[in-house]
Design a protein around this ligand. Structure first.
Ligand code: CAA
Length: 259
């Protein structure tokens, strides 16, 4: 049986591919566990600077949590399944490397929620996004009711969650659900180009910037500002700060050491 996720490395860029194209990459428990382990590993790997998450095949990023698997679950089991998704997304938030979703088709339900847990979302012009859970009598279970309103505002989140409607890529871009839309056959190229830009920056600065952006989602303003001040002090202790400033003053490109 094929691996449910694939992890590939090219230079300092890791690409994770959800690999159940026959089920439109629907997320089952095995995939959630393997994704959690992969992000934990990549977060610690010194030779990784950024991660792209995408779906196998031409149709889907992920069409949601696996409905066939959920059919047999009772309430407690549904809760555990949701907790599994939450653990994965906690690991993605804590991951010290930026995560870019390359949304190559349907990103529905748990698939949309997985994209929401990424730091940046780039969509193919064929992508369709939505939270269709109410169509099958359930609610978002992998963080959609919390991350979606934070990203697009309460009104759009309510419309998407209450109607179950999918929106096209252009609408997703307009409401801020995705950063940008690109032609389908350019998606991976554009995602890699954006990742390369990030990979050219100081790794310690990127890791601390991600921690600060996460604090902005989770902390009241005063606590978040204090967190940023401490992180600014911490980045001031790194070799990357020494090298970055010296390179600027010497009018050359920096040679990062990564701490
Ligand atoms: N779970 C399990 N299998 C799925 C799936 C899902 N979420 N989405 C698609 N599939 C399977 C289909 O059952 C089908 O398999 P079979 O050939 O064995 O029947 C295969 O993928 C291809 O799908 P379709 O034939 O349906 O493809 P389509 O092009 O006609 O339709 C679609 C595409 C509109 C995305 C449709 O598949 C669909 O509506 N999927 C379900 C979307 C959904 O409701 N997602 C939310 C799930 S609940 C959730 O995610 C909870 C949570 O928040 C944690």
């Amino acid at each position: 049986m094929a691996d449910v996720i694939k992890v590939e490395m090219s230079e300092r860029l890791a690409t994770i591919t959800l690999n159940r194209p026959e089920a439109l990459n629907a997320l089952n428990a095995k995939m959630l566990s393997e994704l959690t382990m992969a992000f934990e590993h990549l977060s610690m790997a010194a030779d990784v600077g950024a991660i792209i998450l995408t779906g196998a095949g031409d149709k889907a990023f992920a069409a949601g949590a696996d409905i066939k698997d959920m059919a047999g679950l009772n309430g407690m089991e549904m809760q555990r399944f949701s907790e599994k998704g939450r653990r994965l997304e906690d690991v993605m938030a804590a991951c010290s490397k930026p995560i870019l979703a390359a949304i190559n088709g349907y990103a529905l339900g748990g698939g949309c929620e997985l994209a929401l847990a990424c730091d940046i979302r780039i969509a193919s012009d064929r992508a369709k996004l939505g939270q269709p859970e109410v169509n099958i009598g359930i609610i978002p279970g992998f963080g959609g009711s919390q991350r979606l309103p934070r990203l697009v505002g309460a009104g759009w989140a309510a419309e998407l969650v209450f109607t179950g409607d999918s929106i096209d890529a252009a609408t997703a871009e307009r409401i801020g659900l995705v950063n940008r839309v690109v032609p389908h056959d350019r998606l991976m190229h554009e995602a890699r180009a954006l990742a390369s830009k990030i990979l050219a920056k100081g790794p310690a600065a990127i890791a601390l910037a991600k921690a600060c952006l996460r604090a902005a989602q989770e902390m009241p303003l005063a606590a978040g500002l204090a967190f940023e001040t401490s992180a600014f002090g911490l980045v001031g202790t790194t070799q990357d700060k020494e090298e970055g400033i010296r390179a600027f003053l010497e009018k050359r490109a920096p040679a990062w050491k990564g701490a």
